[in-house]
Write a protein that binds this ligand. Structure first.
Ligand SMILES: NC(=O)c1ccc[n+]([C@@H]2O[C@H](COP(=O)([O-])OP(=O)(O)OC[C@H]3O[C@@H](n4cnc5c(N)ncnc54)[C@H](OP(=O)(O)O)[C@@H]3O)[C@@H](O)[C@H]2O)c1
Length: 293
């Protein structure tokens, strides 16, 4: 039995960093716990009795969500099960959500705050919004942290995809969308932010992204330059790069609630990205090169 913190999705990108920031925590993942399976999930929580639950578990493949109803089971019903158990026991629940709860129609470059009305465009965004509603309406003390454009050392992300493409063939043109704007966020900083929210037992919705914003093209360019990888990267529009799920054009979030609580830990996205490269350049190179073999 644990009385402390339980991190769900603990081998994912954010979950791994939460485990490093909260070393006393217990981590769990599929198949040991399946948050989408109510009976199994509640039974597991009953046996563990955590005082704090951090839910990093999610179905995060945005395009696959368009055609896979399992995303609703994980992203909407999963958090509902956690909130149900937390309400019954008094546990504190921290849940992670996304910028994709917004439609992105706010004028560029005005940032979304926590009081803006969500209007998701994609199944991923809709299922994540349903998860937020379940957590905040579940009658438990809970914090929902909406993050965006997450990258970290563990797992798959956009930066590693860019690196793989550039290493595969430095001569090949890589086209990257230059008309969607957001704030790339390092999962390690987000994990520290989660810890600060737990310490403060702060409740409600919190936007939780790096400061300032850029396009996907800007992000890819800066990353490959900092990695010192030769590349041919060029900008394109959303229309020129069709994918199954619609994404918001304006994904910029303002951490207004974190700042109001004097809890905001995020720096500018460029400085965060540079620090990530400094820390993880070698391990990321080794991992991506291994994938190419
Ligand atoms: N990645 C982004 O760019 C981004 C942007 C905005 C918001 N977010 C949000 O940030 C959070 C963390 O994202 P991430 O990038 O760290 O995700 P991730 O790397 O995909 O990790 C998700 C974790 O959840 C686990 N999981 C999936 N279904 C589960 C289930 N039914 N029961 C228990 N565990 C399950 C996965 O296990 P398996 O690997 O075994 O499937 C994985 O360990 C998510 O809530 C996500 O929606 C992410």
């Amino acid at each position: 039995m644990i009385k402390g913190t339980l991190i769900l999705g603990s081998s994912g990108q954010l979950g791994t960093d939460c485990m490093s920031v909260l070393p006393e925590a217990k981590g769990m993942d599929l198949p040991e716990i399946d948050i989408a399976n109510r009976a199994q999930c509640l039974g597991k929580l009953d046996s563990l009795q955590p005082a704090v639950i951090v839910n990093c578990a999610a179905y995060t493949a945005v395009d696959a969500c368009e055609s896979d109803p399992v995303c609703w089971k994980v992203n909407a019903e999963g958090p509902k099960h956690l909130a149900e158990w937390a309400a019954a026991t008094g546990a504190f629940l921290v849940h992670i959500s996304t910028d994709y709860v917004f439609d992105g129609n706010k004028p560029l470059f005005e940032a979304y705050t926590e009081t803006d009305k969500p209007a998701p465009l994609s199944e991923y965004g809709k299922s994540k919004l349903a998860g937020e509603v379940a957590v905040l309406g579940g009658g438990t003390a809970a914090a929902v942290l909406r993050t965006a454009w997450l990258y970290g050392a563990q797992g798959k992300n956009f930066l590693k995809t860019m690196l793989r493409l550039a290493l595969q063939n430095p001569e090949r043109e890589i086209r990257v969308v230059n008309d969607q704007f957001g704030s790339p966020t390092w999962s390690l900083t987000l994990a520290r932010q989660v810890a600060a929210v737990i310490d403060a037992r702060a409740t409600g919705i919190f936007h939780a992204t790096s400061e300032k914003y850029c396009s996907w093209f800007d992000l890819a360019s800066r990353f490959l330059e900092r990695m010192q990888i030769p590349h041919r990267i060029s900008p394109c529009t959303t229309a020129e790069y069709p994918v199954p799920a619609r994404r918001p054009q304006n994904s910029i979030l303002e951490n207004a609630a974190l700042k109001r609580h004097s809890l905001n830990l995020f720096g500018d996205w460029e400085a965060e990205l540079d620090a990530f490269v400094e820390k993880h350049r070698d391990s990321v190179m080794i991992e991506v090169k291994r994938l190419l073999k």
